[in-house]
Ligand binder design. Structure first.
Ligand code: UDP
Ligand code: MN
Length: 387
């Protein structure tokens, strides 16, 4: 059965690939006065669309193999070999170019909101004449977004909103970590639909903290699991703790890419001051503004800082403490040696709010459905999507 499904997967993949495939050695320099004899000329937009499609195809391969694995019991080894093989094939087609083909300018994936997309062709040719580097060289370093989440009525809408933000960001790898013993199917499906690179992990809050009265260390085991994943799998780029209920301006992600070691920036809607931010006076850091200082060395919000992967790897003991209210401070202190004077300030020297501590209204779990009344209706399917 598994073998039949595998053959099916290969057939679907090849059909899809053949229908969309354009090799880069078929792409003439779209700025450099290529004539009709030089082969087909693709516009920058077409090239960009192709690059995006390739990324999507990668995600499709992964999710198709995962589905076959779930339904037909493919062993993890075979599944990962299959993914690897298909991806290698895809990459060969996307990236390999004859070394000596100097006529060809490799296209650069510029992202959706680059002004050059609407630029005139002369502006575009000026830009690309200085940027004839390979696609892989121009892909920015990865951004690892660590998102703790847990099952509740707002979970899917929050993750939907957040995924739509991340879909606008280049080279993000979303680490979604559920405070649960078992991963939620609805969350996996949502993640697969986004086309984003993602990991869906679980890290339940230890029982002793769950039983605790009063404030609990929310999202701590999840974030520590995210750090563990990064230590095991990442070598460069930047990571950011992004709770599922906040609001993120897409400009934030280009800012945090600049992080060399530890960066900080303002967060809106935070505490009674409505704002949490480093204070800058005459271009110099003079302290922190936050409605809850509480003896913290780093009185900042979880959404107010980012850290480079390389820096984390140089701090093998850094982790987040299970101490409600002191999670940020504890984590930043665990990065020692690291002092406030070393902070890199982003968002135009902390003059722009690019992250918001939104806090969604909590909803009670929905009332059960009266099966006698609605047993044969669409409400059955809808109810499966509601907590
Ligand atoms: N969270 C969690 N388990 C919980 C409560 C919260 O994993 O029991 C996650 C939640 O999804 C969010 C983060 O931890 O991403 C912070 O939780 P919350 O938004 O409730 O805290 P607040 O922002 O109010 O401090
Ligand atoms: Mn929150």
């Amino acid at each position: 059965m598994g073998v039949v499904a595998l053959i099916g997967l290969f057939v679907v993949f090849y059909q899809y690939h053949l229908s969309t495939s354009v090799r880069f050695d078929q792409i003439a320099d779209f700025n450099g006065g290529a004539s009709a004899e030089d082969g087909p000329v693709l516009s920058q937009e077409e090239v960009e669309r192709y690059v995006r499609t390739s990324k999507l195809t990668e995600e499709m391969i992964k999710s198709a193999v995962r589905r076959v694995q779930e339904t037909n019991g493919l062993s993890p080894d075979v599944a990962s070999t299959l993914i690897q093989q298909l991806m290698n094939h895809l990459r060969r087609n996307v990236f390999e170019l004859p070394e000596n083909n100097s006529k060809i300018t490799r296209p650069v994936f510029t992202g959706r909101f680059e002004p050059s997309r609407n630029a005139t062709s002369s502006q575009r040719s000026q830009e690309s004449s200085s940027s004839s580097v390979s696609l892989s060289e121009r892909t920015p370093e990865p951004l690892y977004i660590i998102t703790p989440t847990y099952r509740r009525p707002e979970q899917i809408p929050e993750l939907t909103r957040m995924s739509h933000t991340l879909m606008l960001v280049k080279n993000v790898h979303w680490l979604v970590i559920e405070d649960a013993a078992v991963a939620t199917k609805q969350v996996t499906r949502l993640l697969e639909r986004t086309g984003l690179k993602f990991e869906h992990l679980t890290a339940p809050m230890p029982e002793k903290y769950k039983q605790k009265k009063g404030a609990k260390p929310r999202g701590v085991s999840n974030r520590n699991r995210g750090l563990q994943w990064i230590r095991a799998n990442a070598t460069d780029g930047v990571f950011y703790f992004a709770d599922d209920d906040n609001t993120y301006d897409i400009a934030l992600f280009d800012e945090i890419r600049k992080t060399k070691r530890v960066s900080m920036f303002p967060v809106g809607l935070c505490t009674k001051f409505g704002l949490s931010s480093p204070i800058i006076k005459n271009e110099k850091f003079v302290g922190f503004y936050d409605g809850w200082i509480a003896g913290r060395k780093f009185p900042v919000d979880m959404a107010g800082f980012a850290v480079s992967v390389k820096f984390l790897l140089q701090r093998p003991n850094a982790s987040m403490p299970f101490k409600a209210g002191y999670e940020e401070d504890g984590f930043l202190k665990s990065l020692a040696p690291f002092e406030p004077k070393e902070i890199e300030f982003l968002a135009d020297n902390c003059t722009r709010v690019l992250a918001w501590h939104t806090q969604t209204k909590k909803n009670e779990p929905s009332a059960p459905l009266d099966m006698k009344l609605y047993g044969e209706t669409n409400l059955i399917k809808l109810k499966q999507q509601i907590v």
